[in-house]
Design a protein around this ligand. Structure first.
Ligand code: SAH
Ligand code: SF4
Length: 393
């Protein structure tokens, strides 16, 4: 028999004010809320009963109203000699999501960095064909606490003296299609009473949800915006990022440009480099033309192998040539090294929740369709496929 999912709200997603009201309603002091919030983030407790600041009789009522953590049974897998760690988190309803912790040792002139890549949804509705999460389809939006508890789980795995330096929304899901929760989570990460991470060290990555970008800009703080651009030409981008059929690339870049102006911060443009598909000279030149003169930085990432696609990463010399052509337009470019490829833990390549293996016939058909679609796009013809379901602004 299946047990009912645990529906108690996760403590990390509850505001201090709400928690204070909860205590007051029970005739307790409001400052207790702050003690709980501090304990959630300082890593000294594993459950409410461990809180030394709290009177013992309060633990049981808190536990029956709230959950200490919404992610459980975390399975951690190491790669890159321990420098990359993928965590699989099981949620109360059985959904699984993933986060990736990446350690970058100190270098001359630069302190060690510890970057956590987190998920915002279980699955994703956008359906980019080179992305393992896209292949899963949409599961559900994550709750604010489920987003934040990935971070708390990672904090518990840092060594003494280490602290998280960056949090990036580049795991499973499209953060701007779960924007209310993502914004609550971002505010908590930024809050000095919680994680206290500077806005600049929090990156929100999007496949191009224009209304979401504009909402993020209107908020004001200098969060880093990353745009998964992948192609500067609509015909090809329609295939690689299906929501391009809803918000074409020029509209996305317009919104990103306004964000850069409003915040004074460079926007990152991510290009997953796919051999023979989006790595041609024409693609490099189109990208250079589109971004010329902007506050922009381009990251080129060799595609991580994903089952059931006909594609592989562009060879390194091709990526370097692409980078040089974009740099010639005065735009800074970084070629990023893959992390955790052998365990499928490259940031943005997460799909531990894959449900079974699709039939051979379906895989063959998918490959054929993708090959035909990209060939058509390379001839400059637009896709006639519909906008993916569940994508609307
Ligand atoms: N949905 C958001 C954020 C999560 S994906 C977005 O698309 O921006 C994070 C990044 O990983 C994106 O830039 C995405 O394009 C990239 N990515 C997905 N699959 C990949 C793969 N197989 N190889 C390399 N990068 C990939
Ligand atoms: Fe979704 Fe991002 Fe994957 Fe595209 S790349 S399917 S938007 S998670």
């Amino acid at each position: 028999m299946q047990s009912m999912p645990d529906v108690r709200p996760g403590l990390s997603g509850v505001s201090t004010a709400e928690l204070a009201a909860w205590f007051e309603a029970r005739g307790e002091q409001a400052y207790r809320a702050r003690q709980v919030v501090t304990a959630l983030w300082n890593g000294e407790a594993n459950r409410v009963a461990d809180l030394t600041t709290l009177p013992k009789p309060l633990a049981a009522p808190i536990d029956s109203a709230y959950r200490w953590s919404t992610v459980a049974d975390d399975t951690v897998i190491d790669a890159d000699g321990g420098q990359t760690q993928k965590a699989l988190h099981r949620l109360a309803d059985g959904a699984t999501i993933e986060s990736v912790l990446m350690h970058y040792p100190a270098r001359p002139g630069q302190r060690a960095r510890h970057t956590l890549c987190i998920s915002s949804q279980a699955g994703c509705a956008v359906g980019c064909p080179f992305c393992a999460t896209g292949e899963l389809g949409f599961g559900r939006d994550l709750e604010t606490a489920e987003i934040l508890d990935q971070v708390r789980s990672a904090l518990g795995r840092l060594a003494a003296g280490e602290r998280l330096t960056n949090v990036v929304f580049m795991g499973m899901g499209e953060p701007l299609l779960n924007l209310d929760r993502v914004l609550e989570a971002v505010a908590a990460l930024n809050d000095p009473d919680r994680l206290g991470l500077g806005a600049r060290h929090i990156t929100v990555s999007t496949s191009g949800v224009v209304p979401g970008i504009r909402r993020l800009t209107a908020l004001g703080p200098q969060f880093t915006l990353a745009i998964s651009i992948h192609a500067a030409r609509d015909a090809l981008r329609d295939v690689l990022v299906p929501l391009n059929r809803r918000w074409p690339v020029a509209e996305v870049v317009d919104a990103a440009r306004d964000h850069a102006r409003a915040t004074g911060r460079r926007v990152s443009y991510e290009v997953t480099m796919i051999g023979g598909v989006n790595d041609t000279d024409a693609d490099a030149d189109a990208l250079a033309d589109l971004l010329r003169g902007d506050l922009a930085h381009v990251n080129l990432i060799p595609m991580n192998p994903v089952a059931h696609t006909p594609w592989t990463a562009s060879p390194m010399p091709v990526i370097e040539r692409f980078a040089d052509r974009v740099r010639a337009a005065g735009i800074s470019v970084t070629i990023r090294r893959n992390r955790g490829v052998e365990i499928g833990a490259a940031c943005g390549q997460l799909a531990g929740a894959r449900a079974g293996v699709p039939p051979v016939q379906a895989v063959a058909w998918r490959r054929q369709r993708l090959e035909a679609a990209s060939a058509k796009a390379l001839r400059g013809e637009r896709s006639d496929e519909p906008v993916p379901l569940g994508v609307d602004g």
